[in-house]
Design a protein around this ligand. Structure first.
Ligand SMILES: Nc1ncnc2c1ncn2[C@@H]1O[C@H](COP(=O)(O)OP(=O)(O)OP(=O)(O)O)[C@@H](O)[C@H]1O
Ligand SMILES: [Mg+2]
Length: 335
């Protein structure tokens, strides 16, 4: 997996360029003028709710769908004019696993390797190495029908890597996985980049983009509505949200005023329950706030700091939510 120079990509340090990509299905503009620029050797996150246009965008970048407008190139090769070259430079792991249930993990790897032009022995050797790297060595000879969801995802990813592509597309690689398996997947993705690959991944989870991606594009209804590092995006909503539960709800107004004064931001309150919520750009200020509240004799029942959720990022950027409560995974469960 070491970064062997591939002649056709030497000329550019830009892995993906998309300009004004458009795809319509009937009256739906699934992708409505998307621009992207992904530097070689980075992880790029495409973040958006169900139906935002993530998979459709990937399908155009990977030559599976022809754009209705705009253009895109992979390491300088146009996806419409040079689809065969583009296909040699990429690996794709789809939202729906493409592995064959009836045969074993290693047999799947050999099938993919053969399709990509490897010899049988070479495909088997590399297949076993990859299965081992993804913790599937013991399950290698078991039929895939008996794999768990997380094992299937890892097999799907392994199969897309058998030709050692310089650019890897991962469409929601961790949706539906438990936290531990998600963590393993993140490690695998980091290893790929450490070994010289470029990765574009889509996700519905801000924390996933946050942990993995060098840069993130937020897409909504087929358009890029924000682009930048995770910190850039979080700065839009404050880096975190401070939650205060007051011991006595009667002093909510006073506590709210103090919170806004000390943090220098607008806060909101639910007076009947004595809860205050405030965006917090600078976590250091929390100490000042706690001292100020104590000085005023305002006692707290609970203090917590929560990272912004995808929904909050969306609300801030687009003025509407992601319309899918399931996407909120870093916030606490609604009371
Ligand atoms: N083959 C198709 N025919 C008709 N409409 C489609 C087709 N593929 C996608 N769409 C529509 O295009 C829009 C974008 O879909 P897309 O699959 O790209 O979203 P997504 O961001 O990948 O969503 P998800 O998070 O649910 O995977 C949706 O409104 C979807 O219904
Ligand atoms: Mg999708």
């Amino acid at each position: 997996m070491k970064g062997q120079p591939v002649t056709s990509i030497d000329a550019t340090d830009i892995a993906i360029v998309a300009e004004g990509l458009v795809k319509t299905f009937g009256t739906t503009r699934a992708v409505d003028g998307v621009d992207l620029r992904v530097d070689r050797g980075t992880v790029y996150g495409v973040l958006g709710p169900n139906g935002a246009g993530k998979t459709t965008t990937i399908s155009m970048l990977t030559t599976l769908l022809r754009p209705d407008g705009g253009r895109a190139s992979i390491f300088g090769h146009d996806v419409i004019d040079e689809p065969d070259v583009v296909r040699q430079l990429i690996g794709v792991t789809g939202q729906d696993a493409s592995v064959d249930e009836k045969i074993s993990g290693i047999e799947n790897m050999v099938v993919f390797g053969r399709l990509l032009g490897l010899g049988r022995q070479g495909a088997k050797r590399r297949g076993l190495d990859l299965l081992d790297a993804f913790g599937l060595a013991e399950a290698a000879t078991r039929p895939v029908a008996k794999y768990s969801g997380g094992m299937r995802r890892r097999l799907d990813l392994a199969s897309s890597l058998i030709a050692q592509p310089p650019l890897i597309f991962l469409d929601e690689p961790t949706t539906g996985l438990d936290p531990r398996t998600r963590g393993q997947m993140w490690d695998v993705i980091r290893d790929l980049v450490a070994n010289g690959s470029t990765v574009l991944l889509t996700t519905q989870y801000l924390d996933e983009a946050d942990h993995l991606a060098d840069r993130i594009a937020v897409i909504d209804r087929g358009r890029v509505v924000a682009e930048g590092t995770a910190n850039d995006l979080k700065a839009l909503v404050g880096t975190a949200t401070l939650q205060l539960a007051l011991a006595d709800a009667a002093v909510t107004d006073a506590a709210l005023a103090t919170t806004e004064h000390v943090l220098g931001t607008r806060a909101s309150a639910t007076p009947e329950r004595g809860h205050i919520t405030a965006p917090m750009a600078d976590p250091e200020r929390i100490t000042d706030l706690l001292i100020a509240l104590r000085t005023q004799g305002i006692r707290l029942a609970e203090v917590s700091v929560e990272r912004p959720t995808l929904d909050e990022v969306f609300m801030t950027i687009t003025g509407h939510g992601t319309a899918d409560p399931q996407t909120e995974i870093t916030g606490k469960v609604a009371a």
